[in-house]
Design a protein around this ligand. Structure first.
Ligand code: COI
Length: 357
């Protein structure tokens, strides 16, 4: 199937639910747009995708993913450009990453046209759901689950790929406080840390609940061997500015998600002459830099949160507070630069934008 030939069967809602949305108060993940895309994989092939009214699903209690978590997802965003037209940010990169996750989880490749062209048609139909004010977007959630009706443990043969969308405001309303986790581990080399497998998020719930009870917002995950080298924060990639250098953990060990926002940030920083290093970063190095007054900025990056500033990092009893946000040259510049590209206010020199029409 080529991108242009994708034939999607469309069944539209009788009445839109858009009036349920208060554009002045859009919360992340609370409301879902009128339609969803659904495609089934059976006998080694994908069937024709359909766009149908957003509705509940009916599945056997024996469905594979309920039991064994053979489930992966992606996060993409659509924005309104200055002319009011929806544009999608880097969906092909999410498509490629979804297929890297699929391979590791013994799931089939999703064809590019079902993912990208299907998404484009879905957003076109629900274009009124793409909010237009600053810091808002339409969050797009493609996902795939194994749907064999079988509770034996084996890679499934039937799968369902879906795309749902949800108008979104900011994921975090203020800078976050981080607790450095050295007891629970997110990812090991050879594991699934580089994928967007549901289990990576499920396993984080208990440690996150514990640190929230202690008054922190998110976890800084460290490696499972030394418990010193930082990996990700919460559900985001992490960046630090030490002196004049921006550092982020490298992704060579399969433990870190290859974030699309991470890549956008690295590209923009390098193009604009910032000194950038992808390498091992230990919590001791961060503590030393903080002591020497050189830990200037710290932020998470992700599709949902975009650029999320960190105001304090706590490692055991060492609370490392960052300088006031107004003084941060890198994160503040990046946030504006990325927003200008995503909202179509600045020329798209990287071919990151996919217009909906
Ligand atoms: C994203 O940033 O898109 C994520 O996947 C994070 C989260 C909402 C799970």
């Amino acid at each position: 199937m080529s991108v242009s030939s994708l034939d999607v069967k469309v069944r539209k809602v009788e009445k839109s639910r858009i009036s349920e949305i208060d554009p002045a108060n859009i919360q992340f993940g609370k409301n879902y747009s009128d339609h969803m895309l659904i495609a089934y994989y059976e006998n080694g092939a994908w069937k024709q995708p359909e766009i149908v009214p957003f509705t509940n699903l009916s599945l056997s209690p024996a469905t594979t993913f309920f039991h064994y978590g053979q489930a992966i997802f992606e996060g993409v965003k659509a924005y309104k450009d200055p002319n009011g037209n929806p544009i999608i940010f880097r969906p092909r990169d999410n498509w490629k990453r979804m297929n890297r996750s699929a391979k590791r989880m013994a799931m089939p490749n999703v064809p590019e046209d079902i993912f990208v062209e299907g998404m484009r048609q879905l957003i076109d139909l629900d274009r009124d759901w793409v909010p237009s004010s600053e810091e808002t977007s339409l969050y797009i959630r493609p996902f795939m689950v194994a749907i064999d009706e079988f509770i034996g443990v084996r890679p499934a043969e039937k799968f369902m790929f879906m795309i749902i969308t949800s108008p979104a405001g900011p994921y975090y309303n203020k800078p976050v406080s981080i607790y450095v986790q050295d007891q629970y581990v997110r990812a090991f080399p050879g594991g699934i840390g580089f994928t967007k497998a549901a289990g990576n998020y499920g396993m984080s719930m208990y440690p996150t609940q514990m640190i929230k009870e202690m008054g922190y917002d998110q976890i800084l995950w460290t490696d499972g061997f030394t418990h010193k080298n930082v990996q990700e924060i919460g559900t985001m990639n992490v960046f630090f500015r030490i002196g004049d250098t921006i550092v982020t953990p490298d992704i060579t060990e399969d433990t870190i998600l290859e974030g699309v926002t991470r890549d956008s940030v690295l590209t923009l920083l390098r193009e604009n002459g910032f000194k950038v290093e992808e390498r091992v970063i230990s919590i001791d190095e961060l503590a030393d830099a903080h002591k020497a007054g050189q830990l200037k900025e710290a932020f998470g990056t992700g599709t949902a949160a975009s650029i999320a500033p960190i105001y304090a990092l706590t490692y055991h009893d060492n609370k490392m507070e960052l300088p006031p946000l107004e003084t941060w040259e890198t994160a503040n510049w990046l946030k504006k630069e990325l927003a200008d590209i995503r909202y179509g206010r600045k020329a798209d020199t990287h071919a990151w934008i996919v217009p909906v029409k």
